[in-house]
Ligand binder design. Sequence first.
Ligand code: AMP
Ligand code: ZN
Ligand code: ZN
Length: 399
Amino acid sequence: MRLILLLAALFLPAGLAAKEPARTVTVLVGIDGFRADYLARGFTPRLAALAKEGATGPMRPSFPTKTFPNHYALVTGKRPDRNGIVGNSMIDPRRPGVMFSLGNASQALDPFWWSEAEPIWITAERAGLRTATMFWPGSEVAFGGTRPSDWMRFDQNVTNVQRVNTLLDWLRRPAAIRPAFATIYFDTVDTVGHEFGPDSAELNAALAEVDARIGDIVDGAAKLGVRLNLVVVADHGMRATDESRVIQLTDLIDKASYIAVETGPYAAIEPAAGTDDRVAEALLVPHEHMTCTRKEDLPERLHWGKNPRVAAIICIAEAGWTILSGPPAYPVKGGAHGYDNADPEMLAIFIARGPAFARRVELPVFDNVAVAALLRAVLGLPQDADADGKLADVRAALK
Ligand code: AMP
Ligand code: ZN
Ligand code: ZN
């Protein structure tokens, strides 16, 4: 092979000889809220083809089935309890009176919250691989002073087409500054799922649009001569909700006696100073459509509750129900996620297609923390013995 390249360099016209050899790039695609069974609806021909040709299977999200905890679990191989992103909103006893939330940039961009587990772009950068993130929760934050070589501050107004074009521009670069690993993130399927519900025509249209963008990535990489190892994942699924299935916490307990760190499919409740007994008495009793537990009594299978950032009392709604604390910020309609991760409607899409992956393989349900192990294997990085996800769970996806 070397000899052929050498001969080519000697005898081909200068322009051709100077052409770089094809390079393999691993791209992790996150489609927020792409429930596993959306793939079979017939609106996503490009994803269906990738799934058919490559490795695929339903993926179990980590609890809580929310965006930030699961995006971080996918790239760290650690479940939310151990990756430190225990919710989309959270508190920490070391920062009294402060709340982390998606929309609160002063906290969401503070490395303090993200430093409990190392994301794969950091591992890769430290191993000398160049990385680039076209959005991914946590990728806007330095980890021990390191960041992806290229990264973007999250902005929902950047269109899906613009996101794909940015990724393709990175793949178009000369080898020295081209990423070996990149991420891209699409939020439209989740946004539309919340607004109109998982069974709506609007959701199906969002599926078709994101599918076309996946097609643009595949076709764009092919045109550039880039060999693509594509891993397509979602953070969680989506379940229909409506205003007839609501549990109102303020009917059970006076609002001044607790802080609702999170509400919706599950509620994270922190008693206010001196109200522990009152809150426990009101919540730690049987309820018709939710189960409330002290964090230390949560079922082991959730692997959640040991982190000091998890609030003292956790109430998990029956699938399809919504827990509110007073009037909701948005009307209860459409869809939601955050339920028990054993709920089949929380299952997420997983597809791996490319030279590193097995062909025509269907995996049984596996835990999403295995994705980080798979990416490490593909990138030639050592496995993390301390991770919750094990390569064995997804080894069948590898060639
Ligand atoms: P949720 O459905 O509440 O779990 O979160 C989904 C929302 O998270 C999406 O609609 C995005 O707008 C938002 N989101 C995704 N990535 C980021 C980020 N890096 N920073 C802030 N918000 C984000
Ligand atoms: Zn999400
Ligand atoms: Zn969502």
